[in-house]
Ligand binder design. Sequence first.
Ligand code: PMT
Length: 402
Amino acid sequence: MNELAGKHIVLGVTGGIAAYKAAELLRLLKKAGAVVDVVLTQGGAHFVTAVTFQALSGRPVWSDLWDARMADNMAHIDLSRQADAILVAPASADFLAKLAQGRADDLLTTLCLARPRKAVDGRECPLLVAPAMNRQMWEHPATRRNVALLAQDGTVLLGPACGEQACGEVGEGRMLEPEELLEDLLAYFQPRILAGRKLVLTAGPTFEAIDPVRGITNSSSGKMGYALARAAAQAGAEVVLVSGPVSLPAPRGVRRVDVTSALEMRAAVFAEMMDAVIFISVAAVADYRPAAASEHKIKKQGGDITLTLTPNPDILAEVASLPNGPFCVGFAAESRNLAEYAEGKRRAKRLPLVVGNLVQDGLGGDSNVVTLFDEVGSHPLPPGPKQEVARAIVAHIARMMG
Ligand code: PMT
């Protein structure tokens, strides 16, 4: 999915061993659809050459404040005016110090200083920096002062992470991984329409044990629920994802609680309900479970065997009936009569919103076709990748909640 299509990013690379990861970051930014101009400092060029960045970006690399290739000789102005964001990764301790003092003695510091700011131009070119340095340098009072000043000036700090460092020491100061930086940049471009709200969401199938090796489950992949969790986190919500057994990584910034059965899912949901203001039930919860799971593996025997099933609690219906409960969103997966069944479920469970989809459209794949059912009526959303559909659902929820 081209989530950065139409975006123009200036990627600043300063001198630090993490500069080698900037090449991977550039590749990811391009893959997401961005046009990327790389600005490489003298220090950065000690670690990775301009040729690497030129080959990966397909564009000239900029290093010199006096570069004659820019017709008006003003690379620092031209590059920052075209950019939707400047991302400096890695940002060395020296670079942060210069930035905090407003120094402008090379192309990168000059263009950071010259970037458009809302207070002056009404248009903002955000500056995001990913610090990378030895833990002692990161913890030094001088760096702490510089970082505080930068935050005050509106610079967005991404990381650093804690862990093993190139020098062999362990501590805070590692640059975030390229995938994490991409996620943070994508989140930065999303409107914070759910900021400050706690949202609990269920996703995936449940697995109801018959014996220690067998069980009843379904083919929900978890993709729709995980896409919604990611969209909600990018919209600023505090997201708890109660997940049935799936093989997906938790989206960045989302707290995942793993469960297996419907009863475990119910317990995990209610443990998080206290301060939740939104509950989205995407999980394909088994309606029935074996009345008694066998302690030992059931042996093959001649003829039929009978399995007695007992109903599972309806988690969504229980949450929706809580006094002062959260804003509840249900899903309805149908194989026919979508509008009738989805609206029927919305009314029966007294939900403000139900997202209806046909199993043949939504189960398992990467895209979905959904219709939203609320008090006003039905709202078909454009078909698309689950991530795009998820963003549209989040926008609808935010509008409904006001
Ligand atoms: O995971 P994917 O492969 O991406 O597929 C996505 C999906 C098709 C599973 C998803 O989009 C979807 O439709 N999820 C709801 C599936 C479902 O179980 O629908 P239902 O009509 O049986 O249940 C209605 C609602 O009640 C759902 O919100 C469900 O989570 C909830 N429910 C159902 C039974 C139960 N015991 N407890 C519940 O909370």
